[in-house]
Design a protein around this ligand. Structure first.
Ligand SMILES: *Cc1c(COP(=O)(O)O)cnc(C)c1O
Length: 433
């Protein structure tokens, strides 16, 4: 067993000071039991906690650290930016260069606005879509997570899912009634919503590959059908690529599937570990955003010089090294296929879903294509598995309804290490009932 004495002492203090002891709910380990690990240091694939335990990291800060922790190129860019200014609150050259780079990597983005988080990006994107269309309602999918904006906390995924309260307290009925939801991968359900709300839908927002109910891929033709419906009915199609952007390919899920959304939201990788988000897309829609247009959206720290230095350095590296996506694909395939095979050898025909460097082991033998499927998982067994892996130095997301994020720092030896731990932990999770 791990010695977690300093972590648990810190957690006890934190609980008297911070709601639930954490600054973001899923970190609290509520859905797997036990108390969270407090981290001290990270380098490459490895995390070190405050008690000196070491873990191989398969969360990577929920995605941003695609190059592993503390990559030299990002550290250097930040150190060079530091003496210039921590914040100007005025325009800078780097924001222009970053916008150019984003547009080059994600060509559907003709104009882009930088913000400070994925939540802000998604909130702002639907406001822009509403301003552009003059319509009120949006469609989202059950189990997709678009940050904690009021309009999205209806059948939301990620932390909102395991909290057992998909509809958050504090969200008014007035807001909720403008958010319509459909099951993921269900085109007829979307058609029915459009038919029932003629001329009222401003936007359809989705994760083109879902990471927030565990990893769920779009069914063949799903994204294409949504694109066609949105074009036909004048609905703004928003791809929330906060997780998938710069991860599945350097151009995100839209490049992988060859679908051009009207707007895209970005976060996570775009900041290289610092708080950055962005939304952008068609020029005619983005021209509605202030001060060019009448949709108000602002941010004191938006385009912050240190955050853009980190983000730009990481994006530029990804852009200049397309071969690393092939390496990530190979590593991730070994991890996911190995996991599936080990489960099968133990008589557990569990579902493993993978797209690129994101994958999930679902504790169910049924296919997982939407939220209802995901909810069939044996979450108690997942909790035992999670702790068995943690004890073996493998740091997974503390919830069944999250994906693993593979970084380029995962070597073949670390894949072997993970697979050994996986075999022992799956056996342990199903023996110790
Ligand atoms: C993480 C995430 C968000 C929210 O981003 P924050 O930076 O946590 O506010 C939005 N959408 C998706 C798909 C995400 O994975």
């Amino acid at each position: 067993m791990l010695n977690l004495s300093t972590s648990s002492a810190l957690f006890d203090r934190a609980k008297t000071l911070i709601p639930g002891g954490v600054n973001s709910p899923v970190r609290a380990f509520r859905s797997v039991g036990g108390s969270p690990v407090f981290m001290q240091h990270a380098q490459g694939a490895w995390l070190t906690d405050v008690d000196g335990n070491r873990y191989v990291d398969f969360i990577n800060s929920w995605g941003p650290m695609i190059l592993g922790h503390a990559p030299q190129i990002v550290l250097e860019a930040v150190s060079q930016a530091l003496p210039q200014s921590l914040s100007f609150g005025a325009p800078t050259r780097r924001e222009v260069e970053m916008a150019e780079l984003i547009r080059e990597m994600v060509p559907s983005i003709e104009k882009v606005r930088l913000v400070n988080s994925g939540t802000e990006a998604c909130m702002s994107a639907i406001r822009a879509a509403r301003g552009y269309t003059g319509r009120a309602k949006i469609i989202k999918f059950e189990g997709c997570y678009h940050g904690h904006g009021d309009a999205f906390l209806i059948a939301a995924g990620s932390g909102a899912l395991t909290a057992g309260e998909p509809d958050s307290a504090g969200v008014t009925q007035g807001v909720a009634q403008d958010t319509l939801t459909a099951p993921y991968n269900d085109v007829p359900a979307v058609e029915a919503l459009i038919a029932a709300n003629p001329g009222q839908i401003a936007a359809l927002i989705l994760e083109p590959v879902v990471g927030n109910m565990g990893l769920v891929a779009p069914a063949d033709g799903f994204l294409r059908a949504l694109r066609a419906l949105c074009t036909e009915y004048g609905i703004v199609l928003i791809f929330d690529e906060v997780m998938t952007g710069f991860r599945l390919t350097s151009g995100g899920a839209q490049q992988l599937y060859g679908i051009r959304p009207d707007l895209t939201t970005l976060g996570k990788i775009i900041g290289g570990g610092l708080p950055v988000g962005a939304y952008g897309g068609r020029e005619d829609i983005m021209n509605c955003v202030a001060p060019a247009g009448k949709v108000y959206q602002a941010g004191t720290l938006s385009g912050n010089p240190i955050a853009t230095a980190a983000g730009m350095a990481q994006l530029r590296y990804l852009h200049e090294h397309p071969e690393l996506y092939m390496a990530l694909e190979a590593t991730s395939a070994r991890l996911a296929d190995g996991t599936r095979q080990i489960a099968a050898e133990l008589g557990l025909n569990y579902t493993v879903n993978r797209v690129g460097s994101m994958f999930s082991l679902f504790f169910t033998a049924e296919p997982v294509t939407n939220l209802e499927d995901a909810k069939k998982c044996d979450t108690a067994a997942f909790g035992r598995y999670f702790h068995a892996m943690l004890n073996r130095g493998i740091y997974l997301a503390p919830s069944q309804f999250e994906a693993l994020f593979v970084s380029t720092a995962i070597t073949d030896d670390l894949v072997d290490h993970y697979l050994r731990a996986c075999r022992e932990s799956l056996a342990e999770a199903h023996s110790a009932k």
